[in-house]
Design a protein around this ligand. Structure first.
Ligand SMILES: C[S@@+](CC[C@H](N)C(=O)[O-])C[C@H]1O[C@@H](n2cnc3c(N)ncnc32)[C@H](O)[C@@H]1O
Length: 229
């Protein structure tokens, strides 16, 4: 199966469309600093596939690694969790989360961590649900790739993001999303939840050509913080 960054992929097994894709990171195209392997299953959940937004956010984490040095990281709706794994590879303390009900996705996250020999915490975290574990989380960097795709879930997502930002002063939420209908709904919800966008980046401005060539559509990256900060 092709992935958006032109990654290599392994073979399907047992007809269940499971593949392993390889994602490289580095300043020089021909000399990667490291590679992350991801187990994908294109027949199953959204969270078992590496979406383009994830490739972009992972690349951003790599390129901004000096800015993020030493911070604790939480990935929301992580799915195959490429951005979180890049953060872990950079030596950051990483918690990977996805919907508590998606046991197969959470299991796959643990398998992918093992495959890459990375020691991340894996946690069920459903947006808008206040399980005990969320109160102990104090990440400085909150990541979310392609988590703004279903407008009916935006309020729950922003409720969780706002709680995490309030629980960890000085933290930032960085998200990549397909801007299908303008930024208006997101702007409205940010205002409603007391959030502001401090950076809005056209992702083609920083993606290396070999990864950008597989991307299409209007994908943006936003850095979001509390208005009060
Ligand atoms: C489009 S996929 C993106 C996955 C991954 N971040 C990527 O970009 O490859 C959306 C992810 O959000 C998760 N998700 C959807 N609704 C959720 C909810 N209410 N709470 C937590 N996670 C949710 C899905 O399980 C899925 O992993």
């Amino acid at each position: 199966m092709d992935t958006e960054d032109g990654a290599d992929s392994g073979s399907s097994s047992g007809g269940n469309m499971t593949t392993v894709s390889q994602h490289t990171f580095g300043d020089k195209f021909d000399k990667p600093a490291f590679t992350i392997s991801i187990i994908e299953n294109m027949k199953e959940e959204y969270g078992l596939f590496v979406w383009p937004c994830s490739v972009i956010l992972a690349e951003y984490v790599w390129q901004q690694r000096l800015q993020f040095s030493g911070v604790s990281v939480l990935e929301l709706g992580a799915g195959t969790c490429l951005p979180g794994l890049v953060a872990a590879k950079l030596g950051l303390d990483v918690t990977l989360t996805d919907d508590s009900n998606k046991l197969e996705v959470l299991d796959n996250m643990r398998r992918v961590c093992d495959l890459n020999q990375l020691n991340c915490k894996v946690l069920g975290l459903t947006w808008g649900v206040w399980d005990e574990s969320i109160f102990t989380l104090k990440p400085k960097l909150i990541l979310g790739a392609d988590v703004l795709y279903d407008a009916s879930a935006f309020d729950d997502l922003f409720a969780t993001v706002t709680f995490l930002l309030q629980n960890s002063p000085g933290s930032v939420f960085i998200t990549t999303y397909h801007n299908r209908s303008g930024h208006h709904l997101i702007e409205f919800l940010m205002l409603k939840w007391g959030l502001k966008c401090v950076k809005l980046i056209d992702v083609f401005s920083f993606m290396p050509p070999n990864k950008a060539s597989g991307l299409s559509g209007n994908i943006q990256l936003a850095e979001i913080v509390l208005i009060s900060e």
